[in-house]
Design a binder for this molecule. Structure first.
Ligand code: NDP
Ligand code: 8X3
Length: 251
């Protein structure tokens, strides 16, 4: 049985930690003295990560209310929630929108975040110094052709975070959103249904951010003094100046 331990900084939950930004964030927070609890659907990956960094892990599907409830029940105390689970499905014009893909993107990126916040807010507040960091996207600032389903979800989560920050004013919980541009993870592989060649083309000729670059932003935000709230942070590769404005080196 996994035991709850106490660390200098307290307990940090990272969703979607089986890959990419979430896994890198879990590593960075554990190295920074947090007692980390990771969640995702691919438990085999979580097990390996948890063993590597000394974290606790529980299966989590943020689209399933019962799964979120079961996860939350295993986290009695929490000072930091990193809402990272998310992603895109397809790159389809609005005229060809696939309802199921849109529904999944909304469930994962918006409702999943809301469920995690609702479940862990009592513990975050009870800690006396809680913090919620949600991974949005440059796609939540600038729509682009084929991106509408994902854009709508990431614009949606920005609205949630903006409202929440006002709702929690005067209470001891900080609310931050980190919005990266292109990060080379499994994101594009998932978006393109496992088509590795198409996914690789997204990053061709440019130097994208790494998962570790974004994890370092989370670690930095979470280590500011309690009175400092980094409200929003947009972080792009030097080769990117907008959602679809990138510099590619050829030849
Ligand atoms: P990855 O595909 O590498 O990781 C996505 C993670 O989310 C996985 O661990 C996956 O775990 C988890 N996840 C997906 N669906 C669910 C679910 N229903 N329940 C629980 N976990 C879930 O991509 P990234 O690391 O790049 O993505 C992380 C976040 O960063 C996402 O919110 C994404 O939208 C955002 N982002 C990514 C950018 C990029 O260019 N890569 C840029 C800007 C933002 P599992 O499948 O095991 O459940
Ligand atoms: C991921 C970045 O530009 O592919 O959120 O939408 S983008």
């Amino acid at each position: 049985m996994q035991q709850e331990t106490t660390s200098r900084r307290g307990t940090a939950v990272v969703t979607g930690a089986s890959s990419g930004i979430g896994a890198a964030t879990a590593r960075a927070l554990a190295a920074d003295g947090w007692d980390v609890v990771v969640g995702a659907r691919r438990v085999d990956r979580l097990e390996a990560l948890a063993a590597e960094i000394g974290a606790r892990h529980h299966r989590l599907d943020v689209t399933d209310p019962a799964s979120v409830d079961a996860f939350v029940a295993q986290v009695p105390s929490c000072r930091l929630l990193v809402n990272n689970a998310g992603g895109a499905l397809g790159l389809t014009p609005v005229a060809e929108a696939d309802d199921e893909q849109w529904r999944t993107m909304y469930e994962t990126n918006v409702l999943g975040v809301v469920r995690m916040i609702r479940g862990l807010l009592p513990a975050l507040e009870a800690s006396g110094d809680g913090q919620i960091v949600t991974i949005g996207s440059i796609a939540g600032h600038e729509p682009y052709p084929g991106g509408a389903g994902y854009n709508a979800a990431k614009f949606g989560v920005r609205a949630v975070m903006g409202a929440l920050r006002q709702e929690l004013l005067g209470r001891p919980v900080r609310v931050c959103e980190i919005d990266p541009g292109l990060v080379e993870t499994e994101f594009s592989l998932v978006r393109f249904g496992g088509d590795a060649e198409r996914a690789a083309k997204v990053y061709e000729g440019l130097t994208p951010l790494t998962a570790e670059d974004v994890a370092e932003c989370v670690r930095w935000v979470a280590s500011r003094p309690s009175h400092v709230n980094v409200d929003q942070m947009i972080v792009l590769a030097r080769d990117q100046a907008g959602a679809r404005l990138v510099h590619r080196r050829t030849g």
